[in-house]
Design a protein around this ligand. Sequence first.
Ligand SMILES: [Zn+2]
Length: 843
Amino acid sequence: MKHFWIFFSATIVLFTSGFAQKPEKLTSAELFHEVQKLNFLGTALYVAAHPDDENTSLISYLSNHKKAKTVYLSLTRGDGGQNLIGSELRELLGVLRTQELLAARNVDGGEQLFTRANDFGFSKLPKETLEIWDNDKVLADVVWAIRNIKPDVIINRFDHRTPGTTHGHHTASAMLSMEAFDLANNPQAYPEQLNHSDTWQPKRIFYNTSWWQYGSREKFAKADKSNMIKMDVGVYYPELGLSNNEISAMSRSQHLCQGFGTLTVRGSSEEYLELLKGPAATGNDLFEGVNTTWSRVKGGEAIGRILEKVEENFDFQNPAKHIPELIRAYQMLQNIEDEHWKSIKSKELKHIILAATGLYLEASSENASATPGSQATINLEAINRSSANITLKEIQLVGANAKIAPNKVLTNNQKENFSIDFSVPSSMMYTSPYWLNEQGSLGMYVVNNQQFIGKPETPKAFKARFSLLFDGSEIIFEKDIVHRYSRPDKGELYEPFAILPEVTSKIDEKVLIFANSDTKEVQVKVRAGKNNVSGTISLDHPTGWSVSPKSIPFTIEQRGEEIPLTFKVTPPNSESEGNIEPKITVGDQVFDKELVEIAYDHIPKQSVLLPSAAKVVRMDIKKAGEHIAYIMGAGDKVPESLEQIGYQVHIVDPNEIQNGDLDKYDAVVVGIRAYNVIGALKFKQPVLFDYVERGGTMIVQYNTAGRWSNQFENIAPYDITLSRDRVTDENAEVKILAPKNSLVNFPNAITSKDFEGWVQERGLYFPSKWSAEFTPILSMKDEGETEKQGSLIVAPYGEGHYIYTGLSFFRELPVGVSGAYKLFANMLSIGKNEVKKDSNVKG
Ligand SMILES: [Zn+2]
């Protein structure tokens, strides 16, 4: 789990955005902070459900103030959330949020683990959550995490006793954590895990309670706290020049796709832990009664005596002075029996030895990627920036059969460069998130290798192993292979080195809608992973559909180059759906993967290989109108979807809209959360309402209620109150309240069949109240709740129509749900329904 560009096991990295992938370089003061951590032998495990659930203040406090090994176990990777910064959703969002968590831990000094549970979307009750997740497997993974991490204390973010008061995933995370606390030490529980780990009994389990659990700060002030531990997590760290809450805010600000960018704060701040199980502590130390010194480990006392002295006499001007003691401690550590602490402390100690000598070791590939069976070159750099006596004995490429043996003394500040040419083994696995390699279920990923379960990332296939002699004693340092390059507008950049297929393919539009039986041209992009690739490509298709030509030959000269190839796809006459899948033959190999790259400044670039495919849907859909103006909000793929059914969609910048500009459009559609993210939009409401008054159609998709209410009053020309009402069961029965309304009749007749096959949810943030001018069209509810009528409401305004909808069109259209398309076409067409022009609004 050691990573070069995200060293999430140890260090505060003061630079965040744009620097997250660079190797860390510690100052003396930061190094001293690491030495202090080295001398604390205690572990805390924090448990919650999603990336961004975690209390970064507490994680940072435990890691940087208590100096404990602090691990956040997020049961899921957050696939079900929304995305404020890009178009990744579902699995790809899970990959992005995994990296955001690693970036957060990189800032707060914690470590990160997961389970196989998939964030399938909002769930109101833990009972439903645990039915969709495989309860037993997720519990097994929590037990597995405890057995591996061996925490002294566990802290639950959520209360296991209050189902229904928060997301079902949240309560479920706490319930599973409580069960696992009792099971981890039982050899009868998940005995197969004991081939790779031991049983373990944590001492205490807490609930990280808060005033909001009690309704108000006043009520919490009066509550009985005899069973709670109190901590001031606002402490200041002079060696870092930061308060704990400043670090916490910077950590939290890594969750950018969830809109968690936040101001830093300073000053005293209290956190409370309510004891759930284990012996009460007499003071406020959650580790009370746990030996957290080196004497905890058999043979550790002597090591501790050396390292405590280093801490006591730490030389900030010349930390390399401590190298002989650090090396001696390292050697003694190799002889202790306790494999758990040996592994943790060896890693920390090596990290300290590197930093104390200013040793810089780098293994950088000339290219960003290579293919199995190809030749590659790794450039190596080694430099010692201290007077310590260090010899570079050997550098081995783990994963390939290659090494060099320079046997060279590393003289103070004399750079040494080497290179290794090698063949990438033809059996080498591609670089891709391991949990996406197999088709999972709605609630679970499939991970066949027990050793991979929980790991945040796929372990790197290649590493460079540097053998160094310190005064003759050998220590081995492993570095992941990176690709280092520069850009004039960005400076120095690092990327992970990736192993990719010789050729990948991609159909840009993941869903192709055929609104009639006309043939459509479908473009497949073929990308070469190496130079000079030749082959043929064909397109698998569902029965009843036809594709021509049968296959297309191609040649690509340059690695990374992408060429478009065009097929003609003809649908059957009747409604039908299925997948088209590009298959590329090169020599005797068939390639069927798409390469998705996820690149943002705050995370390392991610390569994800997914089955290359697009869904094709032949639907009988009618529409009226032609030109649609679309105001983008937080980002959705609704415009592309509307183009598929024949609309011309014009993306409009709300800052530029002048009165009258919109009259040429048949409808104006406002993207999801537009009022939450575009401040200027509120000033344009009068222009938009004027357009409606003159006969236009305005459709507003969901905005979140909380932030909305502080911003601005008139989201609609009449009163509506947004709420947190949502219907999360994507199969919930839908009743049509206004059967004569244009929205369920023109030009497509909407029936219950049109609500089949929806994904993830029906909708969210429905209005709970609206003025009499509005007509609610649909009613739906989750099990055990009251009917919600606010998912789709419409009002006449002047000559036109205003529609507000919290239905999840942004999820349904991109995956080709035909009923959602028909309903959307009806919304866009409402102004064209001449037959019932006067009476079409009231059902
Ligand atoms: Zn959550």
